[in-house]
Design a protein. Structure first.
Length: 314
């Protein structure tokens, strides 16, 4: 079972309009609402691929109940720890003419120390049954910066590898705990390390404690720097569509590959194919199966020279 953690889940609301014009009223063509957050999206992809997964995190208020109900409808098992605050919402507006998406993100509820302790107890019970744990997304207000470090330590104590997809102080604080894999995007790499070159930045994250780094470079694919070597994985074509959730699909593929012990080139090819197929789907956590099948054997994965070891981040 792959355990996903979404400490700041959301009810994702998607509006589709013919064309988005600032300072104007718009008629919405259709509206979708479903449970979201990066870890939830990862579990959706894993569930579609037929893999057992469990959604964990924090949820509260009527919006939190809406998240629980939607996960039940989607047949996604969950153990969301209750909090008093209201689970956040996100609003995405998709411009059907250009394919661009504008997203509004609420901050999430303030989590009290006793609620965090309750979640930790739930997490430690669940991680015992996991083959891989995925830690994804932002931290809600009230949680310490080292919240993910605490979870990585708890997973490592039980010999469960942790995949981490977050940014900023939460990412930097978790690196010394030794996550098996971190997956920043290009901007998050630069923010965390001060390095503009993705290879040097990925090496810096490894020097700081990550066992492997897979950097998402948007439509240019993935860069992986691992103990076994470094690779670039490039999609065979670029698709227009909604990129929301593409990184989460890549994380799902990487977690699946880690659990199965497949080679890095195969993991990366699957991650690029799944993330590209997600761009062709209307909602985060979904992917186009036909696109996935077409691309999975056509992704260009090639080795790149590794850089000399770098000193740890200051």
């Amino acid at each position: 079972m792959i355990l996903t953690v979404t400490l700041n889940p959301a009810l994702d609301i998607t509006h589709r309009v013919d064309r988005l014009r600032p300072h104007s009223a718009h008629r919405v063509r259709d509206v979708g609402a479903r449970a979201g957050g990066k870890g939830v999206n990862v579990s959706r992809v894993l569930h579609t691929l037929g893999l057992p997964t469990l959604v964990t995190g924090l949820a509260g208020g009527p919006t939190g109940e809406a998240v629980r109900r939607e996960l039940c409808r989607a047949e996604l098992p969950e153990l969301l720890t209750p909090v008093d605050g209201e689970t956040r919402r996100t609003v995405a507006v998709v411009d059907e003419h250009t394919g661009d998406t504008t997203t509004l993100l609420e901050p999430g509820p303030v989590v009290r120390p006793e609620e965090w302790r309750s979640f930790l107890a739930d997490f430690e019970a669940c991680v015992e049954r996991a083959t891989v744990v995925v830690l994804s997304g932002s931290l809600p207000p009230g949680l310490p910066e080292d919240a993910y470090a605490t979870l990585v330590h708890a997973a490592r104590a039980r010999a469960v590898p942790a995949v981490l997809d977050t940014s900023g102080p939460a990412l930097r604080a978790a690196l010394p705990a030794g996550p098996a894999l971190v997956k920043p995007n290009a901007d998050e790499l630069t923010e965390a390390t001060g390095e503009s070159d993705p290879r040097r930045a990925a090496q810096a994250l490894r020097a700081a404690g990550a066992e492997a780094v897979v950097a998402s470079l948007g439509p240019d694919g993935l860069l992986a720097v691992t103990p076994e070597g470094a690779w670039r994985a490039v999609p065979p074509e670029r698709l227009r569509g909604n990129p929301t959730g593409a990184g989460d699909a890549a994380v799902a593929a990487l977690a699946r590959g880690l659990a199965a012990g497949v080679s890095w080139p195969r993991r990366l090819a699957e991650a690029v194919a799944l993330s590209t197929a997600t761009v062709a789907a209307p909602l985060a956590g979904s992917f186009d199966p036909a696109v996935h099948r077409r691309l999975r054997d056509a992704v260009d994965v090639h080795p790149v020279p590794s850089l000399p070891p770098l000193p740890p981040l200051s």
